[in-house]
Design a protein around this ligand. Structure first.
Ligand SMILES: [Zn+2]
Length: 500
């Protein structure tokens, strides 16, 4: 409460100060408004049907041992049959069992390598939710929606995450190949088989190959941010292209409480269970203070100048209003995820019998780590908090990773992403962003100068909820624009030419 009163006072003060702005926030969007000479093509005949078809392959990732070889085989055959130009013209290598690395060689003058990443696998569909789907989750059905002014939707798992990107990249390469386009720089494409379970048998194997061969990339473009509509305070009506310039890390920790148990007829007031629950409740106060990490600083410099006057003056006087701003971010779960090393209990276990006070309790917690914090820092904080309640903390499993390094948003390769956005989505603002979840690109750490995470599609809150959720869908128009974006992107990064 105290924090809230303080923040309100600061707001009043900031508004007063804002009447005479101390800092003038200047828009930097013109940076990306440089017109490009890139061209786009009408969609290839049947492109939307190929996306719909790709959804019907149930390429589900659940556990490494549960890989459905036959389905992935069939999906691979579908790609070969659908994109003869690509498989004819590019060098294709298969890794692990079903992961592909494609190479579109540049000219003799090539000095750079660029990598596009997408994944073939999808998450499973919760059976209990199937009745709520407007079309079968693996149907690839078209559903028209005249009320929303949308020509049609394609439904199913993977329409957003991430077969749309994979198929859009294929469509782009296929139509560029028909046009006789020749990239000057080398273009690579990695299509992993197990991104949804960490990428160890897919992208990580390709990354190991690149490491062994000494193949390094100037820039990588993977999934991650989207063009968000209606979710950024102060920019409700403006689409914003959120290009991930970093992604959060991952650590799970097991916290154990041991305390003499006994007969439940004469219990102590304190037990292993009360300690474990007190610890779990204390997690809500956070392990660390909230903060704006480097990618969020970029987000603020890109978007604050575009906001209405009141919000702009709050951002312009950050030296006064920082606590207020952080407070605003704590009001939503995305805001908290962007500004915190999140900490949440995900598994809890204790007890063996209803009339026995257990001698131990175990809580497993998961943290997504901000750039600037290390997994060791996080473990240390867990240990300190656990100690307060008489517990001990150890890493839970081997799947842990620090946050990625933050890529440059001043580099020309980032500017080109912004230019491609403005080319295809002229009404959108461009901004760096912090990717909250993990992507296959983390497996390529150390192999690229810059790594960007962005899926070129405009999504409102409802569509975002479909990712890993119910009614995942893409509009046909949205898919066509993805192809346009990649068409421009490949021309800009590869500096290639069409035949005279
Ligand atoms: Zn994905």
């Amino acid at each position: 409460m105290k924090k809230y009163i303080l923040s309100t006072l600061i707001l009043v003060f900031a508004v007063l100060v804002g009447l005479v702005p101390l800092v003038n926030l200047k828009s930097i969007q013109s940076y990306y408004e440089v017109p490009t000479e890139a061209v786009v093509f009408p969609p290839l005949r049947g492109s939307q049907d190929r996306l719909a078809k790709s959804i019907q392959f149930e390429t589900i990732s659940q556990h490494p041992r549960m890989l459905d070889t036959a389905t992935f085989d069939a999906f691979g055959q579908f790609l070969r049959a659908s994109y003869p130009g690509v498989f004819d013209m590019l060098e294709v290598d298969t890794f692990s069992t079903h992961t592909y690395l494609l190479h579109w060689p540049g000219t003799e003058a090539a000095t750079k390598n660029y990598l596009f990443i997408a994944h073939q696998d999808v998450v499973p569909v919760d059976r209990k939710s199937i009745a709520e789907w407007s079309a079968g989750p693996f149907s690839g059905d078209f559903v028209t929606d005249s009320t929303a002014g949308v020509e049609g939707w394609i439904y199913g798992r993977g329409t957003l995450d991430d077969k749309s990107a994979l198929i859009a990249l294929m469509e782009t390469m296929e139509s560029l190949s028909y046009s006789g386009f020749q990239p000057k720089e080398h273009l690579y494409f990695c299509f992993g088989q197990d991104e949804e379970i960490g990428g160890k048998a897919g992208a990580a194997v390709v990354a190991a190959h690149c490491r062994a061969k000494g193949l390094r990339f100037d820039a990588i473009l993977d999934e991650g941010g989207i063009i968000s509509k209606g979710s950024i305070p102060g920019l409700k009506d403006t689409p914003v292209a959120l290009v991930g310039s970093a992604e959060k890390g991952y650590l799970s920790v097991e916290v154990t409480f041991n305390l003499a148990g006994g007969h439940s007829s004469m219990p102590n007031t304190e037990t292993a269970i009360t300690r474990a629950t007190a610890f779990t409740n204390a997690l809500n106060d956070g392990l660390f203070q909230s903060e704006f990490s480097a990618p969020l600083e970029g987000f603020i410099t890109h978007l604050a100048p575009e906001m209405p006057w009141a919000l702009k003056s709050v951002f312009a006087n950050r030296f006064l209003t920082e606590p207020l701003l952080l407070n605003i971010y704590q009001q939503s779960h995305t805001g908290r995820a962007l500004t915190n090393n999140t900490a949440v209990a995900t598994m809890i276990s204790s007890g063996i019998k209803d009339n026995v006070v257990p001698a131990s309790a175990r809580v497993v917690c998961n943290t997504r780590i901000l750039p600037g914090t290390t997994p060791e820092d996080v473990l240390e904080r867990y240990a300190a908090l656990a100690a307060k309640f008489g517990g001990t903390a150890t890493p839970y499993n081997t799947i842990s990773s620090g946050a990625s390094p933050t890529s440059s948003t001043e580099h020309t390769d980032f500017v080109k992403i912004g230019q491609a956005v403005k080319h295809v989505f002229p009404e959108a603002l461009v901004s760096p962003y912090l990717t909250i979840g993990g992507t296959d690109s983390k497996n390529f750490e150390g192999l690229a100068k810059n790594t960007y995470r962005f899926l070129p599609i405009v999504l409102g809150a409802e569509e975002v909820g479909g990712i890993h959720g119910t009614n995942e869908r893409i509009s046909v128009d949205g898919f066509n624009k993805m192809v346009d974006f990649y068409t421009v992107m490949m021309q800009l990064w590869s500096a290639g030419k069409f035949p005279e």
